[in-house]
Write a protein of this length. Sequence first.
Length: 343
Amino acid sequence: MNFRAIQYHFHKWLKGIQESRFIAFYKSIGTWFRENIVKRKLIIFFSLLTIWGLLLGGALLSPESGETYSSEQLATKKNFYNGSGEINLVKQVYSQKTGIILLQFETDDSISGIDRGIDNSRLSWKLYSSTEELDTSMEVIPITDKKISVIIKNVPKNFGALVVDIENKSINASGIDVELSSSDDETAKVSSVEEEFDRVVQFWITPQNSKLEKEEIKDVSRESFAISEIDQEIKFQEGQIRKLNTSIQQLKDSISEDESSKKSLSTEAQYLENEDLIENQRSQEQIDNSIADKNQSIEKATDNIEIVKSRIVALKKKKQAVKDGTFEFPNPIQTVEMKEGEK
């Protein structure tokens, strides 16, 4: 078949398509749109409006939609306004299968002046539901002086948000006013007594927070859970001792190298004079300072090892108390619905 024949058949095929009912129908629509400008604009407008309505409806019906939360509500590190300390939510996990939420907190006391967490007996806990009253309960399990684990049970799939309310009843003596006041001042300062919100922080737990991890958590007794958490903490503290011992050995090796360098400098100093001798002596002084700093670090690491050893002893005692039933757990806390003014 030559080129002219191919061209002939192609034009014939194209003409057939143009004359087909399908093409004719769309041609008639195009003609109608060109002749009816106002109606065309109305159709386009209502089409866009329909699409927008479908998108909006889909967003409203989506399970991910609903109330949004501020960055302040979802923050995992909170400071008490009265300056008594801070609480950090270091981990939050939800197990949909067992309906359990695990929260792990670390506290820091700013009143005592020592490196300790907030006294667990001074913390008061409440659990709120932001939407409706749920049949959930919360158990608070102190692990160490700084670490606290919280278990929330019977959490349904679509729980919306739970709010953990923590009150620190520790007294911050630095905020106590011991000065005389006039009657007018006293009237004005009736509210100067520490307000409750100054010693309360709230943590919002919601599926909308990307920090809420999803993984299975076994439904065990609080005693079994406490023992498991204590064992993990003991293992962590033992790792701290190994790390500190390694650091001490590295510092000792570095001191040996410094002493070798100083010995070489001392030998060279016998053949130096003027500026060269002064520079040599300066280098030896720098090495002496470096050795002194490293010895201080070794001393601090050694002290820290003793601190960690005492923590391990305390953890083992707590574990035994949990096993024999003498450890006193805080009472379980029931969920209450959060009032509008508290949200």
